[in-house]
Design a binder for this molecule. Sequence first.
Ligand code: SF4
Length: 327
Amino acid sequence: MSKNKNLLDIKNLTIHYGTDSGTVYAVDNLNLDIGYGETLGFVGETGAGKTTTALGIMQLIPNPPGKIIDGEIYFEGENLLNKTEKEMRDIRGSKISMIFQDPMTSLNPVMTVGDQIAEMIKLHDKVTNEEADKRAKEMLEVVGIRKERAKDYPHQFSGGMKQRVVIAIALACHPSLIIADEPTTALDVTIQAQVLELMKDLKVKYDTSMIMITHDLGIVAEICDNVAIMYAGSVIEYADVNSLYNNPLHPYTVGLFNSIPDLDSEQEELQVIKGHTPDPTNLPSGCPFHPRCPQAMDKCSKEKPNRIEVEPGHFVNCFLHEKTNKL
Ligand code: SF4
């Protein structure tokens, strides 16, 4: 986890929102890094702080009510939190791109898809209109859409095809990092698989790093190298995909795996994690998972567990694993 080998290095990131019901502790002292060419799965329930973290990286937290209270976000060795808005505008789209869940939030309904890709290219690269149009058509073909369709509008495409257009825009300037926020959730299952396959292929083709925000551990197994499990604004377990799937350590992670339907199992009822995600304006004391944890001990409601490296590269924030820390 040294800074030099990382494309992105987030340190102690804390983000709050001021609301009428009180302060929302959306991201709490979050530490995370991503290597060059790596795909990181960023997993957790709705409200865990995944999207807020992504918006923090992009410097797109609406302020007010949101505010980055503390932390550092190093991207290619430079702290994004020290960048001006103009510098961030240059970085967004050219070096870091974001793909949202609903393609219609990213596409302009009154502009042809070809023009939308060309616009992104012209925004960041000094090219003629002809060159931008040519590159836009090439990008359409890269995502599996015939170049003749460059003159069509978003409403003339299906949901899966629209998301392909969004991917073409995201990749148009060959960013080093793509943040994909539940990019297939709004799509039919068969289309989901095609879009995921496309993202996987393009990630390799362009040697791009990717943060895949999802609540779906199946997608993580399919596409990711490493996984960060997030709960109540913090990463509570981090490991490579194999370690996490073979040996989940945090009781919350174990609960997530137990709540996946297993068609081979004779057990009829799913084991859901009891209780609800905590109120972000009033997080529990100590370990934020303690009110739902089947293995909670006395000290869990009083002290917050530190991060422990249980085996090389496998980190967990849980008192149960304190004695197994072999490093
Ligand atoms: Fe459960 Fe305690 Fe571990 Fe938190 S620290 S996950 S409450 S055992």
